[in-house]
Design a protein around this ligand. Structure first.
Ligand code: G3P
Length: 225
């Protein structure tokens, strides 16, 4: 994972489904190339393979099920994600939380498979616990700000500074990134100034009239960092 990083999470938004997933991923690829910035996209599982085959920037899965590959109808094993061409995975998003033992197993398996691993946490202390599992990055996202347009870096900066303080003191190799409500380049700049190594964003890009222009705005501060 090249830091600092912008991760665009498509979630299950209809605005990022089907061909739109490809369009947004290509917009992210173009912005990454033009700015020299590190940008990853996280399409829905449904479009994961298509996007991974179509762009050269990192493509992350939004999550994975605990089950091992095999007779597991409708489940998506972490091995399936790797086989689909993903280069990373986001685990324990607040919209897809995992039990601790499951999360621990998935982090280990993802690392064995050579995937970049981001573990989400709702607050600083959970972020510290998540860092103990050995991901590449912890993404601290206060759930109450997700999708609100009220950026964590402006409305809850103390969550970021505390996360950076705790994680860097105990697990200096684990990067802290953040997300929730991020909608402008200034929000990203503020997150970086507070000590993070990147930002996770969804609605501001997916719902933008011009996703490419929004990605450029959000990634520009990373390219300067
Ligand atoms: O995974 C990113 C996310 O939860 C933040 O969502 O819509 O507030 O950018 P949003």
């Amino acid at each position: 994972m090249r830091l600092p990083i912008l991760v665009v999470n498509f979630k299950a938004y209809s605005e990022a489904a089907g061909r739109r997933a490809l369009e947004i991923a290509r917009a992210a690829e173009r912005a990454a190339r033009e700015l020299g910035a590190s940008i990853a996209v996280a399409p829905n599982h449904v479009e994961l393979a298509l996007v991974a085959q179509s762009v050269e920037i990192p493509v992350y899965a939004q999550g994975a099920d605990a089950e091992a590959p095999g007779a597991r109808t409708a489940h998506v094993a972490i091995d399936n994600i790797k086989a689909a061409g993903a280069s990373g995975v986001i685990l324990n998003h607040s919209e897809a939380p995992l039990a601790l033992n499951t999360l621990s197993r998935l982090v280990s398996r993802a690392r064995e498979l050579g995937l970049d691993v981001i573990v989400c946490a709702p607050d600083a202390r959970t972020g510290l616990a998540a860092a103990a599992l050995g991901p590449h990055a912890v993404a601290v996202e206060p759930p109450e700000l997700i999708g609100t347009g009220r950026a964590v870096s402006r409305y809850k900066p103390e969550v970021i500074t505390e996360s950076v303080r705790l994680v860097s003191a105990h697990f200096p190799d684990v990067a802290v990134i953040t997300g929730a409500g991020v909608e402008s380049g200034d929000d990203v700049s503020a997150a970086l100034e507070l000590g993070t190594r990147g930002v996770l964003v969804a609605s501001a890009v997916v719902k933008a009239g011009d996703p490419y222009a929004k990605i450029v705005e959000l990634a520009r501060p990373l390219a300067r960092a």
